[in-house]
Design a binder for this molecule. Sequence first.
Ligand SMILES: Nc1ncnc2c1ncn2[C@@H]1O[C@H](COP(=O)(O)OP(=O)(O)OP(=O)(O)O)[C@@H](O)[C@H]1O
Length: 408
Amino acid sequence: MARKIGSRYTANQILGRGSAGTVWLGEGPEGPVAVKLLREDLSSDQELVGRFVQERTALLGLEHPHIVTVRDLVVDGNDLALVMDLVRGTDLRTRLERERRLAPEAAVAIVADVADALAAAHAAGVVHRDVKPENVLLDMQGPLGPGGAHPALLTDFGVAKLIDSPKRTRATKIIGTPDYLAPEIVEGLPPRAAVDIYALATVLYELLAGFTPFGGGHPGAVLRRHVTETVVPLPGIPEELWQLLVQCLAKAPASRLRASELAARLREQLPLLAGMPPLDVDEPDLSEEAAEESAPTAPPAGEPVRRRGAVSLVPGAKPDSNRDTHTSMRVPGPDELAGGAHGTARAPRATGTPRPGSAKHRATVRRRRITLGVAGVALAAIVGVGAYAASSDGDSKPPQDTHSTSAP
Ligand SMILES: Nc1ncnc2c1ncn2[C@@H]1O[C@H](COP(=O)(O)OP(=O)(O)OP(=O)(O)O)[C@@H](O)[C@H]1O
């Protein structure tokens, strides 16, 4: 059913839902657009509306071939909407779920596009802070690139930050999507551009392996791994590509490459990767590890423990999708971070252990969930909301433009 958004836009058909709202296929004065309509409980929050208006210029200013441009912000009665360029295609999470692992050439081409987008954002003083496959859109109408990859565009700059507010989060909380969080964030340091590089390297690892380097089990366990564990080599990965991954997953932010350098180094590798099939890597068996990570305190009653540690962006949010979104938890203390560290990340599964998707694997995963569900994990303290994403570096920029669009 079509609905009016402000005086200039019509939302015609739902494209998808996230934790913060619904994305519609819409129509504006200049043609088709995507309209992200925030959930009503968010749009009725006056503080949030104020931030929305304040962030207008920063959000609208980012234009790059690999960034989904925000064209307009609409504040209209109970509607709060971001009007974006429409990308006709799919998101990277959907593609990864379909294919499980990507051929290295396609994976590297996609990640190089996102690195280009980050280079432009970082040059403008903007840190994304929520780089993950859900926020990479693949433009199926764009020309095919290396490995048959369609152009990739980074989206959701600013959205989660708008939803974040001092009321919902406190300084002692870390907010984000656990699998992609850089160690310095876990340690409570302010996020700089290098956090995006870490997250993007995590995405590249995931595209190649089919799983993230430090994910699995409870969010608290995931956070601890980012700080204490080192990434385990992927069998069959070309050495140079591996070295690039290791550098960008370095614990010390200063050791990571800058986005423009990462993009260039990735593109250099493309000819060497041409025609290479997806890596033959199987998901690690986490059942033993899950047992080790169990702690005496149980998670809050009814709190699901999911494969990749998802909780909703805002308390009470029930996104239709079962994907991971964001989580918010307290910063762990040094003892907690040290406790139970194994020294190395999970090794890809040994031959003979169940293949993901097999009945045996499903049984293992079920067992793992039950173990975690009963025992819980000491580190995790999920407190509700928040969003941790795109913002200007340092978060200290003064309000820039207070214009908003509203219906007459
Ligand atoms: N500019 C766009 N053009 C076309 N489709 C889009 C656009 N932006 C988002 N979508 C689609 O809308 C759906 C919901 O996107 P949304 O950003 O709300 O959620 P998400 O990023 O998947 O999750 P979350 O916001 O919880 O992190 C996704 O399936 C995405 O592919």
